[in-house]
Design a protein around this ligand. Structure first.
Ligand SMILES: Cc1cc2nc3c(=O)[nH]c(=O)nc-3n(C[C@H](O)[C@H](O)[C@H](O)COP(=O)(O)O)c2cc1C
Length: 387
């Protein structure tokens, strides 16, 4: 068993073990990837304020996200095709999250279906919805998530049209992969992945195949999905979905203060300050830079969460100290999953938890809920001076 000390170790193993097509799918941003890179590097501009001679015994990272207790305020973000990074990937990630005591969010574009994940777990998880043109499919999906006892709906607002990721086009991304010569040559070096994949029946979009009209097999699936995201999604449609869902609702993909105020007026239980991990609007500012302004804009009117670029517990600390009540990790747990399956997701969570706990202690804080701007050294021009 290799010694894993940080998220980067898991990323290296993920790259070695998983077909190039799926590693690249994870490790891409749209177009020039500027926003994808900034999400990570902007965390580096913020520094932590060291405190000494403070009693640091009895520390706690426990908190709440939308009123639900969490072992630390770090949820697993919705990630499409997770079941292609490792066989039955969504089930493995959901189990690791459950054992750790943090929320797992299942993507609409998952390989394991909402029913599969519910059957393999014992506690409620969250369901992420992409709004499709086919209203019957959306309504059915909401009913299926309700039947699966999902305890929150995460409604993603920043992907009604797809930002282009060059590598996906060049690699001919599909689930399952088409067996072209380059793919076969690559798979020959990824036999551990291949053997596990042969043992599962879950190799296509489990929430969609057999449920959406006109999608019976995988070949019709890619075209169906590309055409299905509803470009007319607006606040009226969001309200319809909220009424149909009737439970907790989190609006994901907010990166603008006016949109955040609108979401607060709307009565969302939380918003996620997010640019989809730099996979949509290339050129948008990083989530961590946008966070302080959005927190100021909404105050306590709505719970503010954030994601994008979190690769360590120090990053989590910085986001919380800047006012987020919760954070999400996407790639950080996918690296773990691709590296070592369920144990790898657990390891990613442990790494982040330990970094958070120790950094809190060195900042002189015992309680994650007490973190605030007093723990940070932020460059005066961090948020930028934009016209
Ligand atoms: C490979 C991949 C697939 C994703 N798929 C989805 C998805 O299906 N639904 C969604 O709302 N967000 C999706 N996201 C965005 C994540 O939920 C999250 O916003 C992003 O990963 C956060 O950035 P990070 O990866 O730097 O932590 C995806 C991100 C990645 C990396």
């Amino acid at each position: 068993m290799p010694v894993i000390t940080c998220i980067d170790d898991l990323k290296r193993m993920h790259r070695r073990r998983t077909p190039k097509m799926f590693f690249d799918y994870c490790e891409s941003g749209s177009y020039s990837e500027q926003t994808f890179r900034d999400n990570v590097s902007d965390f580096g501009a913020i520094r932590l304020r060291q405190k000494v001679a403070v009693d640091m015994a009895g520390r706690s990272t426990a908190s709440k996200m939308i009123g639900q207790p969490v072992a630390m305020p770090v949820a697993l973000a919705p990630v499409g095709l997770t079941g292609m990074q490792a066989a039955d990937g969504e089930i493995k990630a959901a189990r690791a999250a459950e054992a750790f005591g943090v929320p797992f969010t299942l993507s609409t574009m998952s390989i394991c279906s909402v029913e599969d994940v519910a059957a393999a777990t014992t506690k409620p998880f969250w369901f992420q919805l992409y709004v499709m043109r086919d209203e019957d499919f959306v309504d059915q999906m909401l009913e299926r998530a309700q039947r699966a006892s999902c305890s929150a709906l995460v409604l993603t607002l920043d992907l009604q049209i797809l930002g282009q990721r060059h590598k996906d086009l060049k690699n001919g991304l599909s689930a399952p992969p088409k067996l072209t010569l380059p793919v076969m040559l690559d798979l020959a070096t990824k036999w551990g992945w291949g053997l596990e994949m042969l043992r599962t029946r879950r190799r296509s979009f489990g929430n969609i195949v057999g449920h959406a009209k006109g999608v019976g097999d995988t070949s019709s699936l890619m075209s169906w999905t590309a055409e299905q995201f509803d470009p007319q999604l607006d606040w009226k449609k969001i309200a319809r979905i909220r009424d149909k869902w009737g439970g907790k609702i989190i609006l994901k993909g907010i990166l603008d203060e006016d949109d955040a105020r609108r979401a607060a007026d709307f009565g969302a239980d939380a918003i996620v300050v997010s640019n989809h991990g730099g996979r949509q609007l290339d050129g948008a500012l990083s989530s961590i830079r946008m966070l302080p302004g959005i927190v100021r804009a909404v105050g306590d009117r709505v719970e503010v969460h954030m994601d994008g670029g979190i690769r360590s517990g120090q990053d989590v600390l910085k986001a919380l100290a800047m006012g987020a009540k919760g954070t999400y990790i996407g790639r950080s747990y996918i690296y773990g999953l691709g590296a070592m399956g369920e144990a790898g997701v657990r390891r990613a969570l442990e790494v982040i938890w330990k970094e958070l706990d120790i950094s809190m202690a060195l900042c002189g804080e015992k309680d994650v809920k007490a973190l605030g701007p007093h723990n940070l050294l932020v460059p005066r021009d961090f948020e930028g001076n934009w016209a």
